[in-house]
Design a protein around this ligand. Structure first.
Ligand code: OGA
Ligand code: MN
Length: 293
């Protein structure tokens, strides 16, 4: 296995491993460590079906079955389909607007996610250039650069994260097929507190764990102060120097750290430019410090 870091300080290519087959214990540990260190791992040239993607993801933790998962691979409720394609009857075959806005997967959940694993089958192309990049920002670096007085002010504090915030942001966009959350969906996803800073389970370093997609307010502060601090954190983390943009190639398996990064799906392609991606969400259910040691 060869690991080639990007020069962005985030992201690496991992070659020489076939993810369709079980990875060895040594490869597993190397991948886990690289995930913490580089945040985003691209395994190019892979060819996995839903069962193989699910098996790879499940090595790293329990897989999530999304409450609002409208589209999944046959027989695999844990394998979500992200796509703008439609079937012969004109019905969507996948969720077409997943992640279009900066966010962290599952921060709205009491139990957080370790990683997301996506496998691109079709990538939109225009004039030979791939569209629909997925962008990432480095929350290890963002934490390290925070002014000390901001760290002191927010250490030990929690922000309230709400699934409905991002859902409704997507829903009000023209052409959205999302309906309002049903009372049952809402009941399964109540707002939850999350520490603003946390220790990353793989790297042991502190990260900024607060994203504009789900964080609503900081508990225990007046609304105006909470709004101002969140605005500061979101601007701070949005700096160019933390950015890595992944341009997809069909066959890529992209595994990213959902504790040490935030991400955004770029919606720069049209309905007639097909994108088709399989996805599993890995919940943080194992002792990663021990597994990476
Ligand atoms: C996600 C997500 C980004 C993309 O699956 O959680 O944000 O580019 N996807 O599809
Ligand atoms: Mn996402």
């Amino acid at each position: 296995m060869r690991i080639t870091p990007n020069n962005a300080g985030l992201g690496a290519r991992v070659e020489g491993v076939d993810l369709a087959r079980p990875v060895s214990p040594g490869e597993y540990r190397t991948i886990l460590r690289a995930l913490g260190q580089y945040g985003v791992l691209c395994f190019p040239g892979q060819d996995l079906d839903a069962a193989q993607l699910s098996a790879f993801g499940a090595r790293f933790g329990e897989l999530e079955v999304n409450v609002a998962n409208l589209f999944h691979a046959p027989g695999h409720p844990e394998v979500m389909i992200l796509s703008n394609k439609r079937d012969a009857e004109g019905r969507p075959v996948g969720l077409s607007d997943a992640g279009q806005g900066w966010h962290t997967d599952m921060s709205y959940s009491k139990d957080i996610a370790l990683a997301n694993v996506l496998h691109a089958k079709e990538v939109p192309l225009r004039d030979g250039r791939p569209l629909g990049d997925t962008q990432f920002r480095n929350m290890h670096a963002a934490y390290d650069d925070l002014p000390r007085e901001v760290v002191a002010r927010l250490e030990g504090r929690v922000a309230i994260h709400d699934f409905e915030k991002f859902w409704d942001m997507m829903r009000i966009r023209p052409g959205s097929i999302r309906g309002p959350l049903t009372p049952e969906q809402r009941a399964k996803k109540p707002p939850v507190p999350q520490p603003i800073f946390r220790t990353h389970p793989i790297t042991g370093r502190r990260v900024l764990y607060c994203n504009p997609g789900y964080a609503m307010h900081i508990e225990g502060l007046e609304r105006a102060e909470s709004d101002a601090l969140l605005e500061f954190l979101f601007r701070h983390q949005a700096q160019e120097k933390y950015l890595y943009s992944h341009a997809w190639t069909p066959g890529d398996v992209l595994m990213w750290d959902n504790i040490g990064t935030v991400h955004n799906a770029v919606a720069d392609y049209r309905p007639d430019e097909p994108r088709y991606i399989l996805r599993v969400q890995v919940m943080a259910t194992l002792d990663y410090a021990a597994l990476a040691a």
